[in-house]
Structure formats: C-alpha cells, structure tokens
Ligand binder design. Structure first.
Ligand SMILES: CC(C)(COP(=O)(O)OP(=O)(O)OC[C@H]1O[C@@H](n2cnc3c(N)ncnc32)[C@H](O)[C@@H]1OP(=O)(O)O)[C@@H](O)C(=O)NCCC(=O)NCCS
Length: 207
C-alpha cells in the first residue's frame, strides 16, 4: 500500500475507513506522531478546524521526548496508519491520569446530575489528532472504535475527554463529541503556561 498523502486527500471516507489500520504506537512511531501533532498544534489556533493546545514546532526535541515517554508509559496510545501515520489517540487509565493530575476529580465542577460512580474506573482520552488535511474523513472515529474494542475486553466501562471552550473554543472537537454521543458532565479551569483555560468534561459509556 504505497498511496501518498496527495492522492489520499482525494479519496472518499469509505475507502479510507477500509484501508486505515489502527494499532498500538511504538517508540519508532514518534517522528510521524510528532508530524501529525505539528499539523494541528501550532501557535495559531483555528477554532473551526480544531487544534492541540501546544505549539509543537516551537521545541521539537522537548515534544518528541514527551511523546516518547507517553508511548512508552500509556496503556492506550494508538496510531492510525495507511502508507504512513495520519492520526493518533492518546488515553490514560485512571491510575495513569491521577498520577499526573492528582487533583483532577476535585478540580472539576461536576454537573448536579452526573453520577460519580462512573469515576470508579475509566480512561481519559487526552489527545486525538488527525493530519490537518484529513480531518472529517472518519479517521478519528476509527481510532475511537479500536479504543472501545480494547476497553470492552478490559472491562472498562467509562470514557472521559476534555474539550477547550476558552480562550479559544475547539469547534471541531465539540462537534466530534456530539457525533460520538458524549454527554457533558462538568467543567474545569486549568492554568497552563500562563493562560487560564476552560475545559468541558465529557463522558461516554463504552457500549
Ligand atoms: C477532532 C478530530 C480528532 C476528529 O477526528 P476526525 O477524523 O476529523 O473525525 P471523524 O471524521 O471521525 O468524525 C467526523 C465528525 O467530527 C466532527 N468534525 C471533525 N472535524 C470537524 C471540523 N473541522 N469541523 C466541524 N466538525 C468536525 C463532525 O461532527 C464530523 O461528523 P460529520 O462528518 O458527520 O459532520 C480531528 O478533527 C482533529 O484532529 N482535529 C484537530 C485536533 C483536535 O482538535 N483534537 C481534539 C482535541 S484533543
């Protein structure tokens, strides 16, 4: 399968869905994962296209090391591959997430109707990113299908994910959550590199 990106962008989503393969990431994938991150994680944020908060081009060595560590440590780090990697999904188990963010559960303003028993065991999808020219073609959904399939086998029933709404709303991510039938479960304020972010906390049961 040697079709290149240029021709890929002309393909329809049905073709892509059929040929994209999702697998667990390995350390050899870091350069390609970084390339995907750079395509949607820049200094300029485009709300309609979706974005990652960090500017990955600003410090390649730092971000590659960070990605490498995550690939090594996280139980659910996937890549979507055709002739090369076009997307990735990085999720933390509850223990992995709380080890890095011990105050996370207490920091959230949970909706009054949110059932906190869903916090007994979960994964948190920290980042999903698709090569900028290929968003909206089903790759993100395919990555989620693989995650859900693995979670079913592991007996994990709940997924959380965050979407930024301020200072810049991530409209693509909001739409994606809606399409994936997430429900809003809370709000969190987070200071990161001198900026105060507002995140919506979404929940989804693994069917
Ligand atoms: C958000 C993202 C992961 C979704 O993956 P994807 O492969 O584009 O999504 P899929 O094609 O599987 O699903 C498409 C659905 O997502 C939503 N969506 C995806 N891109 C969108 C965009 N640019 N604008 C509006 N909605 C969008 C739509 O609801 C769409 O459904 P539709 O095709 O029926 O309209 C991807 O767009 C992306 O990487 N964006 C940049 C980075 C980012 O914002 N990541 C999320 C924050 S961590």
């Amino acid at each position: 399968m040697t079709q290149a990106l240029n021709s890929l962008t002309n393909l329809n989503p049905y073709f892509l869905k059929k040929h994209i393969r999702v697998r667990k990431a390995t350390l050899e994938d870091v350069d390609q994962v970084y390339e995907v991150a750079c395509s949607v994680g820049r200094s300029e944020k485009v709300a309609e296209q979706g974005f990652l908060v960090d500017d990955y081009l600003s410090n390649p060595r730092y971000y590659k090391t960070k990605l490498k560590r995550r690939i090594k440590r996280l139980s659910h780090f996937y890549v979507a591959e055709f002739d090369k990697i076009y997307g990735f999904l990085m999720a933390y188990s509850k223990d992995e997430w709380l080890a890095e963010n011990p105050e996370w559960i207490e920091d959230i303003y949970w909706r009054p109707d949110f059932n906190k028993s869903k916090l007994d065991d979960f994964v948190l999808v920290d980042k999903t990113a698709i090569m900028s020219q290929l968003t909206g073609m089903g790759i993100g959904s395919t990555l989620y299908e693989r995650l859900k399939s693995d979670l079913r086998k592991e007996g994990i029933k709940d997924i959380f994910a965050e979407t930024i709404i301020s200072p810049e709303p991530n409209f693509a991510s909001l739409q994606f959550r809606k399409k994936q039938q997430y429900t809003l479960s809370g709000t969190r304020y987070e200071e990161y590199k001198g900026t105060l972010y507002t995140d919506l906390i979404y929940h989804k049961a693994v069917e």
